[in-house]
Ligand binder design. Sequence first.
Ligand SMILES: [Zn+2]
Length: 575
Amino acid sequence: MNYRRRLRVLPAALLVFVALTGVSLPGWSDAPRRAGAAAAVLTPAAARAQAERVITTDLLRSYLTFIASDALQGRDTPSPGLDAAAQFLAFNLKRLGLKPMGDDGTYFQKIALRHVLPDGEKSRALLVGTPPLHFESDFLPELSGHRGGAGSVPESPLIYVSHGWVIPSRNIDAYKGVDVRDRVMVVAGRALPKGVQFYDLERGAARRGGWTGPAAYAAAHGARGIVYLPETEGGYADLVRSVRAEQGEIAPTDPAVASDETMREPASNAVPAIVLSWEVARRLFEGEPLSGDALLEDSETGEGSRAFMLRPEKRIAFTTAYRRDTVYTQNVVASLEGSGPVLREQYVAFGAHYDHVGVGLPDKNGDRIYNGADDDGSGTTALLTLAEAFSRADARPRRSLLFVWHCGEEKGLWGSSYFTAHPTVPLKQIVTQLNMDMIGRSKKQGDRERKNAELSGPDEIYVIGSRAMSTKLAAVSESVNRNYLDLKFNYKYDDPDDPNYFFYRSDHYNYARRGVPIIFYFDGEHADYHGRDDEVDRIDFDKMLKVTRTVFLTATELANLLDPPKVDKKMPFTG
Ligand SMILES: [Zn+2]
């Protein structure tokens, strides 16, 4: 049943006017919606009442308890657990009457993924003068798919090139004074050079000066192949485990979807590459200027910049082959039509990522599952609760609402990259995107854990994007909050050049870089971030409730504005 059915008596002509235009009139706004009739406009007062009626800690807790349950096995992309989460969302969206906005009238936007496994039958490796190396126990074809090409390397001398990077702006060059032509490069792990972050290459100063990774360097300078050393002692065992579990390397086939790896190594003409086990690597480096633990340290830290030829009697030959197939994952997409006859063509979009990082090695309590209750079970749950609150209201904001649960965020923003490259509503009709990624944790009083130092308090949330992108968006977001719960909005990270680079680290970035103003709500890094203890029993549901209700009211306001916010700040990523 609806609440507060209070229809005022209005002249018939006015009723017709209201029904046709969706204009809000005082006292009319709470009118119940008849099926098929144009909805009234959701006013701030009605929105507040609706938020408080539907968005409750009980509802948040019940959804999150399922989303972050062991049954979903950490929601890796792709995985049956993630698919089950998608089915759960779709089931609820259908029940609530939201419009499917995925493929072919469904809630699912499918994304094809290339799945690559090494072919153990056809792959070979031989260190001259020793017995042939064994697939898996001694070596594996390099699995970052596109980084190692399939093919054969004839018997060749070896040259050690440490991390194998050239970054002129940082004065880094792993190849000073050496020539890799007709040789096989030995690269220490996959660590970036010491002091360089991935985001420095992608966004920071290093980007402007350009950079070359080992695969690209090998292809450009005539190296015959690459031998990678594992990053850590356990790193090779992880690779073997992944191959045995038939996981291998998985990446989107769509060239518009940039993953971390493709951004790092854009080599399309990659030379063949293998990874050696640590035992074989140790043997290979016996008697060399760098060996044993020092070699391991080079691999782990990206420390070194010394290159040298291995002794001339050491030569290697290998052949790499791969098996490839295609698997699928999906975004979940739904909408709710607005009440404005014209403005309903535009959207306020909400986002969260419903994936997490899956299953790993057991911790000391035997827990193997990364449940991701905060990251981003909290956003996933809040988004479903917002959909529920809006769909059950008697009135609607003028603009339509778009709900997107992105997959593959943890893999490198795959879902949002795909959605913004293939949007199911035109992107220029999305006036703002509100992203919730981690909104369920708070710092307790007296918490001295160093890793919780930057965690926000029970009445506080980091707000990223509004001030940095749009004067109007910032003003709306501030005034809604001030007139409602008056949470502490912390703007510490609201700067694309902040060294934590949070502006680039969740799905909103893909909307922002295409010119959509965004707000990213975020509770801050904490001790359980990407840990097995990111569990439901550590969630502060009162805080999650406050943030979700605030987002509900902010979205209502944005969806009712006659003039939507514009990007009026200069963004480093749009030039
Ligand atoms: Zn996240």
